[in-house]
Design a protein around this ligand. Structure first.
Ligand SMILES: C[S@@+](CC[C@H](N)C(=O)[O-])C[C@H]1O[C@@H](n2cnc3c(N)ncnc32)[C@H](O)[C@@H]1O
Length: 189
C-alpha cells in the first residue's frame, strides 16, 4: 500500500468561505457557499472567459473563484440582499479585484434586464432554479457559452422543469456533476 500523504486542495478563498458560513449562522440566511470553487475557476479558465455572469453572490466566494480562474474576465454578479452585497464588495476589494468583479444589488429579474448578451460563462446559484431564469440566462449567453447550474437537488416543479430544459438536446449539451447530480454544466447550442 502506498504511504503517499493524502493530497489536500488549497483554496485561496478559504477565509471568504469560512466568513460566509459564520455570517449565515448569525444572519439566518441561505448563504451556503458553493461546494467546489475550484471547479468554477477551472471551467472559467478552460472557456478563456472574458465575461462571466453570476446569479447569487452571497459574500463573494464563487465570484472570487471565477476571477481567479479567468484573470482577463469581468465577473458581473447579482445579489438582492443588501448586507451580502456590502460584505461581498469588501471581499472583492480585499482581494484586489475591483473592476474584475462587479457586484450588482437587486433582484435577478430587475438587474438582468439591463445587461447585454454575449457572456462566455453564466452561473446560477440563487436558491431554487426556475424556467424563467433559465430562459434569461440562455438569452444572455453567447452560442457555445457555458452555463453552470447549481441547486438542482432542490425539490419541486420549478427545479424539475429547469432540469428538463437542460436535457433538451436540441438546445443544450448537458453533463451533471457532484453528489446526486447537484450541478449541471451545459453548453448553449
Ligand atoms: C446559495 S447563496 C449563493 C452562494 C455563493 N454563490 C457562494 O458560493 O458563496 C444564494 C444567494 O442568492 C441570493 N438570491 C436568491 N434569490 C435571489 C434573487 N431572486 N435575486 C437576487 N439574489 C437572489 C441570496 O440572497 C443568496 O445570497
Amino acid at each position: 500500500m502506498s504511504s503517499r500523504p493524502k493530497r489536500t486542495e488549497a483554496d485561496p478563498f478559504a477565509s471568504v468561505r469560512a466568513a460566509t458560513d459564520a455570517h449565515r449562522a448569525v444572519h439566518g440566511c441561505g448563504a451556503y457557499p458553493y461546494s467546489n470553487g475550484a471547479l468554477l475557476g477551472a471551467l472559467a479558465g478552460a472557456a478563456n472567459a472574458r465575461r462571466i455572469l453570476e446569479l447569487g453572490t452571497a459574500l463573494g466566494y464563487t465570484a472570487l473563484w471565477f476571477a481567479h480562474g479567468a484573470p482577463d474576465a469581468v465577473v458581473d454578479s447579482v445579489e438582492r440582499d443588501e448586507e451580502h452585497v456590502r460584505i461581498a464588495r469588501e471581499h472583492v476589494t480585499a482581494n484586489d479585484l475591483d473592476g474584475h468583479v462587479i457586484v450588482y444589488h437587486g433582484d435577478f429579474a430587475d438587474v438582468l434586464s439591463g445587461f447585454d448578451s454575449g457572456y462566455d460563462v453564466a452561473f446560477f446559484d440563487g436558491f431554487t432554479p426556475s424556467p424563467p431564469v433559465l430562459k434569461t440566462m440562455r438569452a444572455l449567453l453567447r452560442t457555445r457559452g457555458v452555463l453552470i447550474s447549481a441547486n438542482l437537488t432542490h425539490s419541486g416543479k420549478e427545479t424539475e422543469a429547469y432540469r428538463a430544459g437542460l436535457l433538451n438536446r436540441k438546445v443544450w449539451l448537458t453533463a451533471f456533476v457532484g453528489p446526486e447530480a447537484e450541478t449541471a454544466i451545459s453548453i448553449k447550442l
